[in-house]
Write a protein that binds this ligand. Sequence first.
Ligand SMILES: [Zn+2]
Length: 256
Amino acid sequence: MFGWLRKRTAAPPIPDELWMGVLERYGFLAARPPAQRQNLRELAAQFLATKEFHGANGLVITDKVALAIAAQAVLPVLHLGLAWYDDFVGIVVHPDEVLARRTVTDDSGIVHQYDEVLTGEAMEGGPVMLSWHDVDGAGATADEGYNVVIHEFIHKIDMRDGAPDGCPPLPSREARRAWLAVMQAAYEAFREKVIIAERFGGQAPWLDPYAAEGIDEFFAVACEAYFVNRLRFEAEFPALVALFDGFFNKGLSLRA
Ligand SMILES: [Zn+2]
């Protein structure tokens, strides 16, 4: 693994053949303007040089696996910079979805256990877990606005200032208030649609209904669609496109 990484010490360039393979598999990356694709390639190389990949349950981390994750993970920080991901190094890759045993205690003190199916998970200040099956298939699911890598890395961005709350670190309280006002309105309107679809047989909304679980999940799911199917996302959530453009395209410093 990473034969080409060992040749130099700092961020060696990604070989043409590997990069072409990524662009072929992920049309939403190939569709970016040439200058952006070049920046993506350079940022992905830096990402590979600074992160550590671990295969779980028999999965072998090949160059293809690592680069597929790196190329998608750096899309949200193309303008923000890789420093937004410097609070962790580990990325754990499973062959497929993972069953996680959850324990919750309800208001009457009764402990409930259940299994949750995970395609990915992001821990505050800790590693990111991903299902390779879902990472690999991200080219085919882009039309639906689905992308597990972007989802988990948006959680990482959200968690840079503590527990995920649907708002990344912003320069001022006013900026945060303004952000949450837009997000909250879009989230509530979306939740309403999901409830109507599920309870009363209304038309299912385009975005993954999982986004109705909480405003932090709404932020992550909305960003998936924003990055992989902008046209459709813009038609559905014009206010969020403006909000996200203002954040992701500005290159805001973490210390701001
Ligand atoms: Zn999530």
